[in-house]
Design a protein around this ligand. Structure first.
Ligand SMILES: [Zn+2]
Length: 74
């Protein structure tokens, strides 16, 4: 029924301040976050390994996110 949503994170590089996106998939059955506090309750999000595509800095600040509900397999 609930296949695990994915979350598209919009982050800002802690090194060069470049904005980029990273997608994190949540385990099946995990409710998708509705706000920033809930977002950070997910270990998959907290432990998401960021890496700037420009300067490879492994730290980034999440500035926004968008939930994508899992699409049902046709
Ligand atoms: Zn960077």
């Amino acid at each position: 029924m609930c296949d695990g949503a994915s979350v598209l994170l919009h982050v800002r590089c802690g090194g060069c301040a470049k904005l980029y996106q990273q997608e994190v998939t949540l385990p099946p059955g995990r409710p998708a976050p509705v706000d920033g506090d809930e977002l950070m309750e997910h270990p998959e999000i907290r432990n998401a390994g960021f890496e700037c595509p420009k300067c490879e800095t492994p730290s980034a600040e999440i500035v926004a996110f968008k939930v994508r509900e899992a699409s049902r397999a046709a």
